[in-house]
Write a protein that binds this ligand. Structure first.
Ligand code: SF4
Length: 376
């Protein structure tokens, strides 16, 4: 089983913290949809024998698509690939696009899961982040989505905002948990090079991030969410029982996926390719039949390291027996001492050949992954 990721590279406004690929000019939306469909057709013989079980519209802001454009892409996918009967079809949506009509249009087109970019329920935060929606739309979008019939709704939240008072974060968490959703993606604010936020912090217009504040907010969130019976199944992803995001889970398990649109990535059996992150160049290359992507075949070492890095982020952990079977590589023989050290300090556990991080370990997941990486 495999997945398809469709990158819609347009946003109504540039959020100050964002370093994803998008343009705030929507004038090329129609040609972009045509080009994406053309790229999908180029992939039609890529996943033969594999049914598609997930489709994910990400971005950018896929909720800027017209219904006809969404249907055009979905029809092309149906034409080119064999779809599983129980398909998960996710659309990332901004609250200001979630009118009743749009929500119904997406639902009728086949979207059965929404990922809504709420980020905060507080207007001061939304203004600080330069989001295109307001705090009333943040709540209304989710209530309306439930009325329309969506059973699977994710909400994105950001913590670690330096100007956000502690009680606002607590209120954000409580409001989220009282809404009819089954999934939350909670991210710590980061300052990425080249973003407006980076510039504002550098010029002292905005305060720097405070790691301790971020850690306290994360702890509060984790505690609240667990008390309510939710599960942390990936470092930034939480769900009610059974509410896993199938598309992202397959990605973390290194299953095959095709990514179409500017900046999208694809992966299959150690082969990875990534499209050019430039709308005009992507459109031109598709039109003229030129190459619009770079690619690489990962070495076995890189594949093992990816399994370690992605596995440690999830509740399914790193399966050392599977690595031994697939790559004839004995992780314990190479980094057994490091594993034991982290186990002794309460950062990870081992059981039946599966290594998983504890809550303490999750705070330094990248450091632990780096210590377990192989160079052979
Ligand atoms: S809407 Fe999403 S993709 Fe667009 S700028 Fe904001 S965070 Fe980035």
């Amino acid at each position: 089983m495999a997945g398809i990721y469709v990158h819609i590279p347009f946003c109504r406004k540039a959020c100050h913290y964002c370093d994803f690929h998008f343009s705030t000019s929507l004038s090329n939306r129609k040609p972009m949809v045509d080009a994406i469909c053309q790229e999908l057709r180029q992939h039609s013989d890529t996943l033969t024998g594999e049914g598609i079980e997930t489709i994910y519209f990400g971005g950018g802001t896929p909720s800027v698509l017209l219904k006809s454009e969404l249907i055009q892409i979905l029809d092309t996918i149906k034409d080119c690939f064999s779809l599983s009967a129980e398909i998960e079809c996710t659309l990332e949506a901004n609250p200001d696009d979630c009118s009743t009509q749009n929500l119904q249009d997406w639902f009728e087109s086949g979207v059965n899961r929404l990922s809504i970019g709420v980020q905060s329920f507080d207007q001061r935060d939304l203004t600080w982040m330069n989001r295109s929606h307001d705090h009333l739309q943040a709540t209304a979008s989710i209530l309306e989505a439930e009325k329309v019939g969506y059973k699977s709704i994710n909400l994105d939240l950001i913590y670690g905002v330096p100007t956000m008072p502690a009680d606002v974060w607590k209120s954000n968490v409580q409001q989220a948990l009282n809404l009819p959703i089954n999934h939350i993606s909670a991210y710590s604010l980061t300052v990425e090079q080249g973003t407006a936020l980076h510039h504002f912090v550098k010029t002292k217009k905005y305060p720097s991030l405070d790691e301790e504040k971020s850690a306290i907010e994360f702890e509060y969130f984790l505690n609240e969410i667990k008390t309510k019976g939710w599960e942390q199944y990936e470092i930034s992803n939480y769900c009610k029982p059974g509410g896993y995001a199938q598309h992202n889970t397959n990605y973390w398990k290194q299953k095959a996926y095709i990514g179409v649109g500017p900046s999208a990535h694809s992966y299959q059996s150690g082969y990875r390719r990534w499209n050019i992150a430039n709308n005009a160049k992507y459109l031109r290359a598709i039109e003229q039949g030129d190459i619009f992507f770079s690619d690489e075949k990962l070495s076995e070492t890189d594949q093992i390291n990816e399994l370690i890095m992605l596995g440690l982020r999830t509740k399914w952990g790193v399966d050392t027996s599977a690595i031994l079977d697939e790559f004839n590589f004995d992780l314990d023989k190479h980094v057994g001492q490091e594993i034991k050290n982290y186990e002794r300090s309460g950062k990870l556990t081992q059981s039946g050949g599966i290594i998983t991080l504890t809550d303490q370990g999750k705070l330094i997941a990248d450091r632990i992954a780096a210590a377990l990486f192989t160079t052979e």
